[in-house]
Write a protein of this length. Structure first.
Length: 127
C-alpha cells in the first residue's frame, strides 16, 4: 500500500512541477519583446566588436614585432654573406700559400743535395 501511495504522490508532484515550469517559461518568454530582443542582439554585436578591436590591437603588435624580426633576419643574412665572401678569400689565400710552400719531403731532399754539393766542393755549411 505504501508503494502505491508513493507512486501516486510522485506522479502528482511531477505533473504539478511540470505545469509550474511551463507557466514560468511562458511568463519569461512573454516578457521578452522585440525591442528587448533587438537590444540584446545589439549588445552581443557591440561586445563582439570590442573583442575584435582587442584582437586587432594584438595583431598590430604582432605585425610590428614580425617587422622587427624581418629587419634582424635581413641583417643576419647580410652578415653571413660577408662572412662567406671573407671565407672564400681566405680559402684562395691558403691555396696560394700551399702552392708556394715547399713540401717537407722536398725540403729534406733539397737539404741533403746541398749538403752533398758542399762536401764535394769543400764548402763549410752555415749550420
Amino acid at each position: 500500500m505504501n508503494c502505491v501511495w508513493i507512486t501516486k504522490f510522485c506522479f502528482s508532484f511531477k505533473r504539478r512541477y511540470n505545469k509550474k515550469v511551463k507557466k514560468l517559461k511562458e511568463k519569461t518568454m512573454a516578457k521578452i519583446t522585440l525591442e528587448k530582443l533587438a537590444l540584446m542582439v545589439a549588445g552581443g554585436f557591440n561586445e563582439m566588436g570590442e573583442k575584435f578591436k582587442r584582437v586587432d590591437a594584438r595583431l598590430d603588435g604582432i605585425d610590428i614585432r614580425l617587422d622587427g624580426i624581418d629587419v634582424r633576419l635581413y641583417e643576419i643574412d647580410t652578415e653571413i654573406r660577408h662572412i662567406k665572401a671573407d671565407m672564400s678569400e681566405v680559402k684562395r689565400d691558403v691555396a696560394e700559400i700551399k702552392e708556394n710552400i715547399i713540401q717537407p719531403l722536398e725540403f729534406e731532399d733539397l737539404s741533403h743535395r746541398v749538403k752533398y754539393i758542399e762536401r764535394k766542393l769543400g764548402i763549410e755549411s752555415g749550420k
